[in-house]
Design a protein around this ligand. Sequence first.
Ligand code: ATP
Ligand code: RIB
Length: 321
Amino acid sequence: MPISPPVVVVGSIMQDLTFACGEFPARGQTVMARLAVGQGGKGSNQAIACGRTGVGTVFVGAMGRGAYAAEVAAFYRREKIGCRLALKPDQPTGTAVILLNGEGQNIIVIEPGANASLAPRDVPRALLAGAKVVLTQLESNQAATAHALRLARRAGAMTVLNPAPMRRDFELRLLRHVDILIPNESEFVALVRKLPGIRRTKFDERALHAMSRDALHALCRLIKVPTVIVTLGSRGCFLSMPDGHESIPAYRGLKVVDTTGAGDAFCGGFAAGLVRHKGRIVEAARLGTAVAALSITKPGAAPAMPTERELNRFLRKNEAA
Ligand code: ATP
Ligand code: RIB
């Protein structure tokens, strides 16, 4: 692994406790489930999705007390993906409780734990200075995220923010350091409602679906980030770029097992695509779409990310079709 791989992912790592139940419990109801414990956290999932495509990647995050840190470090070594884990011994490692229904949909509750204590000094400057792409989310510490985006932009890297999960304390000024913003539908709605002048309107997901592509593009332009990519689940994604817009459909006919981490797979695959395709946004989003498609056909978050071999086979098969 070179000292500065092309992609640096700064963000969260969690231990995922996934309870697979046929139906989500109603309020006050108890249901039986099967429990699987796996690796998650949006930052780490994205790093693994990117690294498994064969593009050099390093993950920067924070872990708490307990043996899990050593397990994670060994996993990253086996995968040949770099990781810089700051240890926060007075904190628990982040944990996510995920309820998964029979259709592969989820409900997630997280305790960020050590992720919230990731500090700007935990993010190595030299890594950011050598990166082509720096990818961030909102699940760790916002000051560390802002620091990473600011330094990366200054060093000439392409900066990407996946504003997930959207938070009440999200600071719009973070967007000044962002080249490419990748919200899902609910994050996009929340962001638009934070924009000055739009805050009090009734913009919701239904309104988003009813919009023409031109109107959606015009709305994305108000965010004042050069490229906005809205992921739309099984509808694919919408790209709003300085010179126009484009839609990329999702793959059809997949056997959906678990959609947890589909957005992470998209972002990791997209970052890899930016490197593979020399910064070309549309080609990168196509790669993200393929990585996301494969990820939902397997259980879990990080473990479900496709390998380079699986991805290339899938791309060849779909090109031929
Ligand atoms: P999650 O929170 O489950 O990680 P998300 O809400 O952040 O996901 P989505 O917009 O649901 O992200 O999905 C990201 C991408 O994954 C989509 O743009 C699409 O390419 C792919 N995808 C998601 N769901 C499906 C599906 N049912 N069939 C095909 N592709 C899908
Ligand atoms: O995006 C999916 C991830 O969100 C899960 O792996 C879970 O850890 C939560 O952070």
